[in-house]
Design a protein around this ligand. Structure first.
Ligand SMILES: [Ca+2]
Length: 165
């Protein structure tokens, strides 16, 4: 009886392994950087496998995909990202492309080099950082009503948000 059952058992095991492998491949295809929302002139992308990047990592990851680290240049863009973030239950900081690395307390979008005009800073941010060593990169903070905060460029517990074009 046991002997007769073996082919079925082997077939079942093979089926399970096949399903596991194919779902893994599917996850791989679906994983990483995916579009999450668009305005009339821009699409945002989120890296759904990346929860622990530094700001520099995020710049690099977007660039490798032919994208740019996200910028938020209008209230429409801000509101879109809030809506997306709420629907996706984002709770961690997201790296966005503002920095004052080049000139302390002069915040610019790294993609264009343009000064930041529209802004949604958390009250009191960006923090005074007299020697320019600590808070030089920008994060979007779901925990503070989707305001912007200046974070360390080498903080690693942050998600990646990109844009195109
Ligand atoms: Ca700074």
């Amino acid at each position: 009886m046991l002997f007769q059952a073996q082919p079925f058992l082997i077939f079942s095991l093979l089926s399970i392994v096949t399903v596991l492998i194919s779902s893994r491949n599917e996850n791989h295809v679906q994983g990483a950087i995916v579009p999450v929302g668009s305005t009339s002139n821009k699409t945002y992308f989120w890296d759904n496998e990346d929860f622990n990047s530094t700001w520099i990592d995020s710049v690099s990851k977007c660039h490798k995909e032919g994208l740019y680290i996200a910028t938020i240049e209008t209230e429409v863009e801000q509101l879109l990202l809030q809506t997306v973030g709420v629907s996706r239950n984002w709770t961690k900081y997201l790296n966005i492309g503002g920095t004052d690395l080049f000139s302390e307390e002069t915040w610019r979008w790294i993609r264009s080099g343009n000064p930041i005009t529209y802004s949604n800073w958390y009250p009191g941010s960006p923090y005074p950082d007299p020697d320019g060593r600590n808070w030089n990169c920008m994060g979007l903070d779901p925990g503070a009503n989707w305001t912007w905060v200046d974070i360390g460029c080498n903080e690693y517990f942050v998600m990646t948000l990109c844009e195109f074009p």
